[in-house]
Ligand binder design. Structure first.
Ligand SMILES: Cc1ncc(COP(=O)(O)O)c(C=O)c1O
Length: 365
């Protein structure tokens, strides 16, 4: 089976974990945590990093820190991983959905204003599948309506918008380091911010709301959202190879373009987009199976599985699933979700694998 993704774990990760274990600092204190926070924040061009136990709680921590609560509304794209919506709901606020842009699949900035009400407090643009959102347009709307922006950059480490790294465009940006992400810590996440006070409040809320100057004194209700030193140890090692990971992702995207470009020209599939203003990191290289292909996306996936090629469907739009069902229609997201399939994009994948996959897709015709 050619797997959809595989982490690249080498000597450095192992050595760092051994060092963490030998030091005895295996919980959420230890040298690797501040090291990982400082280095990742610097990589993204942001001042402060606050690690968390995963990307979902990074989003919740960001929302809680900004005071989002019951009665508030938060705008999110309907086409995203469910965690974006869940994090909003954990605060008691209501996620309000916006459709995707047909050309690059992220939230359509032109449709945001129509979703704003007097209750709206924040927008969460999601850099979906490694492609950055149009941050200039989103920031302009947020400014006009005095809204917070929280980037969900779980899938977009190292991606760039107009030459600047994702994670550097918002009040707080949230990352995931789950095993299939561009860099991983197994489970893990991080919030980035340029605001010292926001960073301080995130650290307090992450640690049960404990007063940093008075042990076991809690002024506010917080959470235990801490990352362990062992996870951060892996993160520090992964960070050394992040540029290599991004280069490899983009190289694999080039191989897919080479192998499948003629199918796109014939209008049978649409390849993973990259806008002129974007540097996409192709978290999972994905294509749209057009109706003219001759079989639907599910059949396409089944046929590839028979050929030992693992794939994933694009996310289901959040608004069609039971916990969030609404009657409004979001036609672009619905079409992308119906046609979209992610192909193997692990950074351990070799060119021959991509040629095999492209060959298998052509044989389906
Ligand atoms: C867009 C998006 N947001 C949030 C998350 C949540 O991250 P985690 O799985 O680390 O909780 C993920 C990924 O898994 C994601 O893809």
């Amino acid at each position: 089976m050619i797997p959809i993704a595989e982490p690249l774990l080498e000597e450095e990760e192992l050595n760092n974990v051994i060092e963490a274990v030998k030091s005895g600092w295996i919980s959420s204190k230890g040298k690797f945590i501040p090291e990982f926070e400082e280095q990742f924040a610097r990589y993204c061009g942001v001042k402060y990093g606050v690690t968390t136990s995963n990307g979902t709680v990074a989003l919740h921590l960001a929302l809680a820190t900004l005071g989002i609560k019951e009665g508030d509304e938060v705008i999110i794209p309907t086409l995203t991983f469910i965690a974006t919506a869940n994090a909003v709901r954990y605060t008691g606020a209501k996620p309000v959905f916006v459709d995707s842009h047909p050309d690059y699949w992220c939230i359509d900035p032109e449709k945001i204003e129509g979703a704003i009400t007097p209750k709206t407090r924040a927008i969460i643009p999601v850099h979906l599948y490694g492609h950055p959102c149009d941050m200039e347009a989103i920031t302009a709307v947020a400014k006009k309506h005095n809204l917070y922006v929280i980037e969900d950059a779980a899938e977009a480490h190292g991606a760039e918008y107009q030459g600047r790294k994702t994670g550097s465009f918002s009040n707080i940006a949230c990352f995931s380091f789950y095993g299939n992400k561009i860099i991983t810590t197994g489970e893990g996440g991080m919030c980035l911010t340029d605001d010292e006070k926001v960073a301080e409040r995130m650290r307090i809320l992450r640690d049960h709301g404990m007063n940093p100057d008075k042990r076991y004194w809690h002024d506010i209700t917080g959470f235990n959202y801490r990352m362990t030193n062992m996870q951060a140890a892996i993160g520090v090692a992964q960070l050394e190879k992040i540029d290599r990971a991004v280069t490899r992702k983009r190289e694999r995207a080039d191989w897919y373009k080479e192998g499948l470009g003629d199918l796109e020209q014939k209008g049978l599939i649409r390849l993973h987009p990259e806008m002129p203003w974007a540097k996409c990191v192709y978290w999972m290289y994905s294509v749209l199976v057009e109706d003219s292909f001759g079989m639907d996306r599910d059949e396409f996936m089944k046929k590839l599985a028979e050929r030992e090629i693992e794939t994933r469907p694009l996310f289901y739009p959040v608004h069609i699933m039971p916990p969030y069902k609404v009657t409004d229609r979001f036609p672009v997201a619905e079409e992308l979700s119906r046609k979209g399939v992610s192909l193997p994009t692990g950074i351990t994948l070799v060119k021959k694998d991509v040629e095999t996959i492209a060959g298998a897709i052509k044989e389906l015709r």
